[in-house]
Design a protein around this ligand. Sequence first.
Ligand SMILES: Nc1ncnc2c1ncn2[C@@H]1O[C@H](COP(=O)(O)OP(=O)(O)OP(=O)(O)O)[C@@H](O)[C@H]1O
Length: 287
Amino acid sequence: MANEVQAIELEGLTKDFSLAERGKYLRAVDHLTLSIRENSVYGLLGPNGSGKSTTIRMLLGLSKPSAGSASIFGLSPDSREARSRIGYLPDAPYYHSFLSGRELMRFFGTLLGIKKRLLEERIVELLVRFGLEDAMDRKVGTYSKGMLQRLGFAQALVGDPDILILDEPTAGVDPVGAAEVGEFVVSLKKQGKTVLLCSHLLTQVQDLCDHVGILNRGRLLAHGKIEDLLGDGDDSALELDGLDERERQEVVSFARERGGRVRPGRNDLEDLFRRLVREDSNQEEGE
Ligand SMILES: Nc1ncnc2c1ncn2[C@@H]1O[C@H](COP(=O)(O)OP(=O)(O)OP(=O)(O)O)[C@@H](O)[C@H]1O
């Protein structure tokens, strides 16, 4: 539908930071245009310093664009309604270590104006859901990294937001924790939420996201459905589904006898990401 309101819409979004040298500036986000449909999982990818956090800050209404616009369900990110519809898990959450998990949740919920009774119920529900029931009255300063991450999720959900922005949710989390993050994203989608996921775990992004955008130097190098971006791949890497082990070995031996290199046939986002960023960075050197 032409006029469908998107969960997130960026149009020519640009952010310049002034540098110490007079008149010079750094363009952290450069005419970013993309839309994220409601109830989808969108992966915003890019190497360090490519502009992901700056984009998120503008979506949260914490930083003003130098040009262009961002909207949340058609609303300005500055508006109270837009803010109430977004939950945010920062990449390095800082929590007051002297508060307990329950008190911290109460603090964020009160800021969102949630009524006391509903808030207390929701706090317990979320802390139980994230496996913190035994620790909810313990000081946050005593939590492990994984527990802090789970508290971060609970905090991001306290206002029952429609959009969840997860900035590096797997940073510093062990593989079991990373898999739990994946399951959590799937459950959010099932509940009808929209997720904007920034992550360097590209295999997970490939499994979880409907669409991705790849940023470098503040610019969108590619965006779209993962299958469309990856295409059919080159036929130098083949997947040999439907063959039995003997037939598979015959194909592999045939290829090797003729000097072919045999490698796993997964056409992955990691390869695409590396290639696009390398090409764009080489282009920068030539500019
Ligand atoms: N307040 C600021 N003042 C000046 N430059 C800034 C400011 N914030 C960010 N930048 C610069 O803007 C660029 C984009 O930074 P940003 O933090 O958005 O990247 P990122 O993709 O989130 O990186 P990472 O993956 O490391 O978190 C970087 O060159 C960064 O140094």
